[in-house]
Design a protein around this ligand. Structure first.
Ligand SMILES: Cc1cc2nc3c(=O)[nH]c(=O)nc-3n(C[C@H](O)[C@H](O)[C@H](O)COP(=O)(O)OP(=O)(O)OC[C@H]3O[C@@H](n4cnc5c(N)ncnc54)[C@H](O)[C@@H]3O)c2cc1C
Length: 286
């Protein structure tokens, strides 16, 4: 199928994009990489009459560190996240997750902001955003607001983002001891189960841990029972093994589809939680 007819406009700034959105009166859609929106339009599940292209807004893309926090512009492509020397040195889990997205064409066009705003249940970044406790900076016609990753994702393809708002950037404190591990679909590489773990270890003891899960259910979530089981424990293989053994126990709405049954997903949450924890710990040494 082909999409319904639409006008195309190119925004020159965030404010210009917001003005164009307002002028479209609810019938406009932002387009960044187009890798999620265009398929929906071709299926006529989305029928905007105006497409507002935000891919070429100056300063909308870029990765920097300031005041101890990493800032990534929402227009940054997955490719640029994956190859970022700053991220690879300071917070390698972000680059690791980006490199695991789709194929090179998808990574060249798809953007961090597009992925987070679309909130596909099988997208990779949401697990990492939860593990890093990222802040999402939204600009709307009434100014800026900041939403925690844990509050942003609200359900299947549903986020805390008003129709007159743009996700401008995400910020987070870099964590070196963090890793992402996923079981991916063979064709698309979307996550069947994806787990991001971020550790803080002091004198061999886990002082804090955050674990984000994606792919397994309708929206991303934290594995709080695993976090509780690990906090205050020594960072040992035995502790990881025991904690990973209860991963997925509290997850209610496990997906069941052609890629994996709910039972298989639950088993894989355990396997990939263990892999993410091992990967995070290895980064403390490495
Ligand atoms: C073959 C294929 C394989 C893929 N594999 C994976 C994978 O393995 N893992 C994975 O995570 N993803 C995967 N994806 C999805 C890919 O990462 C998309 O790029 C991403 O989900 C959407 O980003 P985009 O920039 O293309 O957004 P678009 O398609 O342009 O936009 C998506 C939605 O977000 C809105 N939007 C875009 N930017 C903003 C913004 N800054 N503020 C507010 N709203 C905004 C748009 O209006 C639209 O509703 C795959 C896609 C394809 C086609």
């Amino acid at each position: 199928m082909i999409s319904t007819a639409f006008e195309y406009e190119r925004a020159t700034s965030l404010d210009d994009a917001l003005a164009k959105l307002a002028a479209a009166g609810g019938a406009g859609k932002l387009i960044a990489g187009g890798h999620s929106l265009v398929p929906l339009m071709k299926l006529r599940l989305s029928e905007p009459t105006v497409l507002i292209d935000i891919a070429n807004i100056p300063d909308f893309a870029g990765i920097r560190e300031a005041d101890g926090r990493i800032e990534i512009g929402a227009g940054t492509t997955h490719h640029d996240v994956a190859i970022s020397a700053l991220l690879r040195a300071r917070c390698p889990v972000m680059a690791e997750a980006a490199a695991a997205i789709g194929d090179q064409q998808v990574r060249n066009r798809g953007t961090l902001g597009g992925s987070l705003a679309h909130a596909d249940p099988a997208a990779d970044y949401p697990a990492v955003m939860l593990a890093l406790d990222a802040d999402f900076h939204l600009k709307g016609t009434n100014g800026w607001r900041v939403v925690k990753a844990g509050d942003f994702f609200q359900g299947m393809l549903t986020v805390d983002l008003a129709p007159d708002e743009i996700l401008a950037k995400v910020t987070f404190a870099p964590v070196r001891a963090a890793a992402y591990a996923k079981l991916h679909q063979r064709a698309s590489r979307f996550a069947i189960v994806g787990v991001a773990a971020a550790l803080a270890v002091s004198d061999g003891t886990i002082s804090s841990v955050r674990i984000g899960l994606t792919g397994a259910s309708s929206s991303p979530s934290r594995l709080e029972n695993v976090e509780a089981a690990l906090t205050g424990r020594d960072a040992t293989a035995g502790a990881f093994s025991a904690a990973a053994g209860i991963a997925g126990d509290g997850v209610e709405d496990l997906n069941e589809d052609i890629h994996a049954s709910a039972d298989y997903r639950r088993a894989m949450i355990r396997v990939f939680t263990r892999r993410a924890l091992d990967g995070a710990l290895a980064r403390i040494a490495g």
